[in-house]
Each structure stands twice: as structure tokens, then as C-alpha cells.
Ligand binder design. Structure first.
Ligand SMILES: NC(=O)c1ccc[n+]([C@@H]2O[C@H](COP(=O)([O-])OP(=O)(O)OC[C@H]3O[C@@H](n4cnc5c(N)ncnc54)[C@H](OP(=O)(O)O)[C@@H]3O)[C@@H](O)[C@H]2O)c1
Length: 314
């Protein structure tokens, strides 16, 4: 039976790895959830959810692709950063007053100041803990459910409303362990720096995260990219040392040794779109505006965007 728009508690925009995993977790805990896709999908869609190393579960997920008759109180945006505005343009007209909009993207600069209605509550997640990949188009494998950070642009010390607090309790219960922080900006920039390094190096060397650790040139480039960020982080008053950044990058590569970075997955899929403009370019633009030279980052960005342009053109 096709989905009746008004009945859902959770709207998850983006039917990819994170969206399908979150939708299953919510459904599994009896929350009414619908997956919002860009194009029309089967409704319900038959999806496969696989907790890492355990048996695959088949389930039926309600889907929608147009907002007619819909009214949203909680929107989880799980697309890539470059698709966020497509989602907001389509779904913001049906956000209820006070609707919470959770952004799970890597990167920054994807949400213009006036993109959401003034009554909506935007919240930002720095997701290093809830990870998944698509084994097939409709088959998601969950690889971890560790804590993630959440906060708002103003750096509020506690969740801003009782509704946000209640949402976080539900999300925690279903396995999305969001922990509120007043320091979301620092977590965000740390993740942007690490992703700028890991995602780009993974494409340049066409290897898994663990493969980067075994490659002498990659290890040298990782160190140089970390070191080059020192004056930028200082100029931006971000309390993050490059030694910590380097250790965190190496620790991530060790912990996720068999993972293929999402940017390399996009590249291998033949996509012409990638998140570098919301990650690497954001760092470069900050540096340029502050008069700080970052030649290694400039070179890496040019090489990877060149690979996408040449490899995936047409
Ligand atoms: N996967 C992880 O473990 C992980 C961990 C941390 C952070 N992240 C971040 O989380 C975000 C999502 O990652 P992901 O791995 O889930 O990406 P993904 O698998 O590529 O999923 C994104 C999904 O959004 C869909 N989409 C695109 N435009 C849309 C629109 N206008 N409306 C509705 N759906 C739309 C895409 O459909 P099409 O494929 O048809 O375009 C795709 O199914 C990214 O920013 C990523 O960097 C991911």
C-alpha cells in the first residue's frame, strides 16, 4: 500500500547507506519512519539491512519522493553535502513550525543562512560513529554504532528545546548515539580536516584506508597535509594541534583499515559529483581569505578534482 503522507514521526531524506541504516534502526524500534528519495521508488521498498557480521534482515520501508499532503516534524538529512539544497528546496515548504532538521553531512558551507524557514530548528551532527556502506543499491551493511556529536550553530551548552531532547533519547535508543556538545564547531573542523586528508589520499592512491598506511608516499603526504593546517587552525582560533590531528588520522585509518572512503566509492561508481568542494575547498577558501598558503592542499585538491573530471566525464 502506498504511503499516506501525514502518518510519519521521522522523515529520512536520502536513501543511501546512512539513510537506509537509520530508517531500519527507527523501524526496528517501532518508530514510524519514511524514506524520502529523489526519484519515485517502490512504495514500500524492499530493503536489506545487515548488521556487520550478522544475518541480513529483509524489511519493507515506506518511501516518498514528493511532499504532497505531508507535514514534517523531524527531518533527518542523510544525503551527500552537495544534495542538501535539493532536499531543503523540496521539503522545507512542509516543515511544521518548530520542526527539527538534522544534518548528517561531512563538510561545511552546504546550508545558506536563510535556506530554512525561520521557525525550523537546524542541528548539526558530526558523524564519526554511525557508519554504513551500500553492498548493493538496496542492501546496507552497518559497520559501527558508536557515539556521534550533535550541536547547533550557536554552540548552545544543552539541547535547545524539550523536543530536541526527546528526539535525542529516541535516536539513542535505536542505536544512533547522538551526544550533545557546545563544541560542535571544533568537532566539525577536526572531521573536515581528517576527511580532507583521508578522502583525497584514498582517491589518489586508489586504496582502502588501511592501504594508505602501507604506502610510503601516502604516509608522507598525510603528515604534510596535517602540518600545513597548523597556521590555518591557529588563525581560525580552533583549538586543535596538528600532532593530535595526525594521531587521530592514523588512528582512524587503523580502525577502519578495510573501509573504502566514500569519495573513492563515488569515484569508482563513475560519479562526477564529490564532497571535496564541501571539505577540501572549504579549508582552501578559509586559507585564501586569511592569506595563508597551503600548496600541498591546493595540489591535492587539483589532482583529485582532475581525476574526477577526466575519469568520470561523460
Ligand atoms: N557512510 C558512512 O559511514 C558515513 C559516515 C560518516 C559520515 N557520512 C556522511 O553522511 C552523508 C551520507 O553518506 P552516505 O554514505 O549515506 O551517502 P550515499 O550512500 O551516497 O547516500 C546518499 C543518498 O542520498 C540520495 N539523494 C541524493 N539527492 C537526493 C535528494 N534530493 N533527495 C533524496 N535523496 C537524495 C542519493 O541518491 P542517488 O544515489 O540516487 O544520488 C543516495 O541514495 C555524507 O555526507 C557522508 O560523507 C557517511
Amino acid at each position: 500500500m502506498a504511503s499516506s503522507a501525514a502518518q510519519y514521526e521521522w522523515h529520512v531524506a536520502g536513501d543511501g547507506a546512512i539513510g537506509m541504516a537509520l530508517a531500519y534502526r527507527l523501524h526496528h524500534h517501532d518508530e514510524r519512519v519514511v524514506l524520502l528519495s529523489r526519484e519515485r521508488q517502490d512504495d514500500p521498498a524492499e530493503l536489506l539491512y545487515e548488521p556487520f557480521g550478522e544475518s541480513v534482515v529483509k524489511w519493507s520501508c515506506p518511501t516518498m519522493h514528493q511532499p504532497e499532503g505531508c507535514s514534517i516534524q523531524r527531518l533527518l538529512v542523510t544525503t551527500k553535502a552537495y544534495s542538501v539544497m535539493e532536499v531543503i528546496e523540496r521539503w522545507s515548504p512542509v516543515l511544521q513550525a518548530g520542526a527539527r532538521v538534522y544534518f548528517l553531512q561531512n563538510g561545511a558551507g552546504f546550508l545558506p543562512d536563510d535556506a530554512l524557514p525561520a521557525s525550523a530548528v537546524p542541528l548539526f551532527v558530526v558523524n564519526g560513529g554511525f557508519t554504513a556502506f551500500r553492498a548493493e543499491r538496496r542492501h546496507v551493511v552497518q559497520t559501527s554504532m558508536k557515539p556521534v556529536w550533535i550541536g547547533n550553530e550557536a554552540g548552545a551548552p544543552v539541547p535547545t528545546t524539550a523536543s530536541v531532547e526527546a528526539d535525542l533519547r529516541v535516536l539513542d535508543k535505536v542505536g544512533f548515539h547522538a551526544r550533545w556538545t557546545a563544541d560542535i564547531a571544533r568537532y566539525r573542523w577536526e572531521k573536515i580536516c581528517i576527511n580532507a586528508i583521508v578522502n583525497a589520499q584514498a582517491v589518489i592512491h586508489e586504496t582502502t584506508n588501511g592501504g594508505l598506511l602501507e604506502n610510503d608516499q601516502a604516509r608522507l603526504d598525510i603528515r604534510s597535509m596535517c602540518d600545513e593546517l597548523d597556521p590555518l587552525l591557529a588563525a581560525m582560533s580552533i583549538d586543535l594541534s596538528v600532532d593530535h590531528l595526525h594521531e587521530a588520522t592514523i588512528a582512524l585509518l587503523r580502525a577502519t583499515a578495510t573501509n573504502v572512503s566514500s569519495t573513492l566509492q563515488d569515484y569508482r561508481r563513475g560519479s562526477t559529483r564529490h564532497e571535496l568542494d564541501r571539505i577540501n575547498l572549504v579549508l582552501l577558501e578559509q586559507a585564501r581569505s586569511l592569506g595563508i598558503d597551503m600548496p600541498v592542499h591546493e595540489d591535492v585538491h587539483a589532482r583529485v578534482t582532475g581525476l574526477f573530471d577526466r575519469g568520470n566525464r561523460g
